[in-house]
Design a protein around this ligand. Structure first.
Ligand SMILES: Cc1cc2nc3c(=O)[nH]c(=O)nc-3n(C[C@H](O)[C@H](O)[C@H](O)COP(=O)(O)OP(=O)(O)OC[C@H]3O[C@@H](n4cnc5c(N)ncnc54)[C@H](O)[C@@H]3O)c2cc1C
Length: 481
């Protein structure tokens, strides 16, 4: 296996960050997480996982992202017919199993523990594993809370780490006519008369086409978009009424495949009632993956900071370590400050979600938009700080992280959509009051209250224009930056 250290031989004497335990290396993250952990066993688990990310898991991901190892769409025999299937390299499959084992190997991990495992794994980029984790977590939560007993029978496999089912969940929502407006979905669900539905239509961005998917479709004869669970194969092993049309040539998150899928009568199970579909999608699925996206962005920003710090402490220019030069010092300090703010805001969000507190309604979309946007800037800043080596694919993961970071800004909702959701939540008095209690006497709290109150009275288009600024201010209040 080629490792990062083999490739970095171009700068003799520079070990880079390879082999570092990313948990031990991150004092700011530890300071935030330790008081929230249930006990010393938890810390031990995170310590071991930090070593795995800096070592074997990171190596597996590097190898899985070599161009020759990326996922491929191959025609195969599946349940007696020829059909297109995504094939992953052994390193990608092993990386999934390692993450699945860390998250599900010991039942009952708290939300803080699970989200911290996710942040740490994103130190190695999306890696083809953390988007699947987010989607599998959403599906598990949906079935735990709203699944029928038959649907819940899927849970042990979803939490398993066998090669086929490890991090298998997918979310097939977006259609060609647009992803932001899910209520415009045209995929149709027709009742089959036995409680199941048959789906027809095309889903346009389908990441991680594993064994179990959550999907949206217009329920025939109703005005509603329902939420459905679809298994890729039936109990007899045959494909369940669908075809993979094409694998997309994406610019980031390339370790997992993103495809287009056509439903040709796929058998689907409705979750909840037809009229609840959109609410279930947001409350049970997107709220989970949006928090994961924020955690992923924090992981990318953290790796960016670590790469910049490590390089600057080693590189000498004009007879001086660059880390000692005033402008580099100031830029590193900005990275540190921005990241400390992200950590504070992210764990405030995790606490609010864990407590089902009202302010979570604002915090989740706010973190998704604000942290993902800032992380892209931080990865770019780290590339610039490292200089020419900052954009070399075989020197550090920064290039890959930069590509992943842009995708992170788009999927699970774009900035204006998420800022709109967060601002709308803040305009609800019970959410605003709970949010202000959480930020305490932060210097921006009074200004935030005044801005939210003013926005309640403004016209719709005016509000839409102001929402991103409002949400940025609220983020700064909770991040303390
Ligand atoms: C790599 C990758 C993987 C993905 N994987 C999946 C997946 O597994 N499952 C899935 O369902 N989707 C997936 N997506 C799709 C993703 O969620 C959508 O791209 C995203 O939601 C935006 O939808 P869209 O691309 O159709 O853009 P549109 O919704 O058409 O938006 C286009 C532009 O218009 C803006 N816009 C739209 N509405 C408004 C508004 N009301 N106010 C202001 N601006 C607005 C948007 O911000 C954006 O700038 C993936 C995307 C990528 C890039």
């Amino acid at each position: 296996m080629t490792t990062l250290s083999d490739d970095t031989a171009v700068l003799p004497g520079y070990a880079g960050t390879r082999g570092l335990n990313v948990w031990s290396a991150d004092a700011d993250l530890r300071d935030a997480v330790l008081p929230r952990l249930p006990g010393p066993a938890s810390e031990k688990r995170l310590h071991a996982f930090g070593a795995l990310v800096g070592g074997r898991l990171g190596d597996l991901i590097e190898t899985a992202h070599k161009p020759e190892n990326l996922p491929r769409l191959l025609e195969r025999e599946i349940g007696g017919e020829r059909a297109a299937e995504i094939v992953y390299c052994p390193e990608q499959i092993e990386a999934r199993r390692l993450l699945a084992r860390a998250v599900y190997g010991e039942p009952g991990l708290s939300l803080v523990e699970r989200m911290t495992l996710s942040v740490l794994s994103n130190y190695a980029g999306e890696g083809g594993i953390t988007c699947p984790l987010a989607m599998t977590e959403g599906l598990i939560g949906l079935l735990e809370r709203r699944g029928t007993p038959e649907q819940r029978a899927l849970l042990p496999r979803l939490r398993g780490d066998d090669a086929v089912w490890a991090l298998t969940g997918g979310q097939f929502i977006t259609e060609r006519q647009g992803g932001s407006n899910v209520s415009a979905n045209e995929t149709e669900a027709r009742p089959l008369g036995d409680g199941s539905y048959a789906l027809t239509g095309v889903k346009w961005f389908c990441s991680n086409p594993g064994e179990a998917w959550v999907t949206t479709a217009k329920v025939a004869g109703t005005p509603y978009i329902g939420l459905f669970v679809v298994l890729r194969r039936g109990a007899d092993g045959r494909l369940n009424g669908h075809k993979i049309l094409r694998k997309k040539e994406i610019g980031g998150t390339r370790g997992k495949a993103t495809v287009e899928v056509e439903y040709l009568g796929a058998r689907a199970e409705l979750v909840g009632k037809p009229r609840e579909g959109l609410a279930l999608l947001v409350d049970e699925i997107l709220s989970v993956s949006r928090l994961h996206v924020a955690g992923a962005a924090l992981g990318f920003a953290s790796r960016a900071w670590l790469e910049a710090e490590t390089f600057a402490a080693w590189r000498v220019a004009y007879g001086r370590r660059i880390a000692d030069m005033p402008s580099v010092k100031a830029r590193l300090e900005r990275l540190r400050r921005e990241r400390r703010g992200m950590i504070a805001a992210f764990y405030a969000g995790v606490d609010a979600v864990a407590a089902s507190a009202p302010e979570a309604e604002a915090l989740v979309p706010m973190l998704k938009t604000e942290v993902s946007r800032r992380a892209s800037g931080m990865v770019r800043e780290a590339q610039l700080l490292v200089g020419g080596h900052g954009i070399l694919d075989d020197f550090s993961p920064l290039n890959r992280l930069a590509d992943d970071a842009v995708v992170n800004e788009i999927w699970e909702g774009t900035h204006p959509i998420l800022a709109g959701h967060a601002a709308k939540a803040l305009r609800r008095p019970r959410v605003l009051e709970a949010f202000l209690r959480r930020v305490g006497d932060a210097p921006l709290a009074a200004e935030l209250r005044a801005r939210v109150q003013a926005s309640r009275a403004s016209a719709e288009d005016e509000r839409a224009l102001a929402d991103e600024g409002l949400v940025c201010l609220a983020y700064e209040a909770v991040a303390g930056v």
